[in-house]
Design a binder for this molecule. Structure first.
Ligand code: SF4
Length: 215
């Protein structure tokens, strides 16, 4: 079963949210989603494309890996001229491949979120599959205008194991159609589908009922 890389983050944030989105196809936007969308729209606009003599930068590049049955979109891919690099169709010379994912803000404790890192790792496996390369992954934080390199060389086994596990669990939810319950301690304040997940009881008062009836 083919998965979209974007779904991995939904699942890691909250398996119930992933189930609601994928099984029930529920969706609602909130300020967090809108903010992230604006940043992505800027990244994907033509003004961010760049062709230099030693570097080519492309935004919104679709990637896939048939072996993993995984596909998605990268925010930005850089092809940087390098003697150790690989040949890329349509380009002259050899290139190293960098994947850059844009995020609105850096976590307060300066760590990289595991969900963000695994998203880039999944993109990397797709890029490696397409260009037969060993790409590098970065996260660019817009608020501090800083790019962080992810430790994929050193921690490839851990990332692969985690990605396999997540994709197995996700596929099971889609196949069985069973939406997981809310996790203990799940933080819901930023979730855009709270109303759909936990329908709120409508507040009413005797006065409001009388007013309704008088209309
Ligand atoms: S409201 Fe909470 S439990 Fe429900 S989908 Fe959102 S994050 Fe998950």
């Amino acid at each position: 079963m083919i998965l979209n890389i974007r779904q991995i983050q939904h699942y890691m944030y909250c398996p119930r949210r992933f189930g609601l989105l994928e099984v029930n196809k529920d969706w609602a936007e909130n300020v967090f989603v809108i903010k992230a969308n604006i940043i992505h729209e800027n990244v994907h606009s033509a003004k961010h494309k760049y062709h230099g003599s030693s570097k080519i930068e492309l935004s919104s590049v679709a990637v896939y890996n048939d072996d993993l049955e995984l596909y998605g979109n990268t925010d930005c891919i850089e092809f940087v001229k390098s003697a150790d690099g690989v040949y890329i169709d349509g380009l002259q010379g050899r290139y190293g491949v960098n994947i850059i994912e844009y995020k609105p803000s850096r976590p307060r404790d300066n760590t990289v979120s595991q969900a963000d890192a695994i998203q880039v790792y999944a993109q990397k496996l797709c890029a490696d599959y397409i260009w037969k390369c060993k790409s590098s992954g970065y996260i660019y934080y817009s608020d501090v205008r800083k790019r962080i390199m992810l430790p994929f060389d050193e921690e490839a086994e851990e990332y692969s194991r985690l990605l396999d596990k997540l994709m197995g669990e996700m596929r099971e939810i889609i196949q069985t159609g069973i939406i997981p319950d809310r996790k203990r301690g799940q933080k819901c304040s930023g979730c855009s589908i709270q109303e759909l997940c936990i329908p709120q009881k409508k507040k009413y008062s005797v006065r409001s009922i009388i007013n309704e009836e008088d209309r």
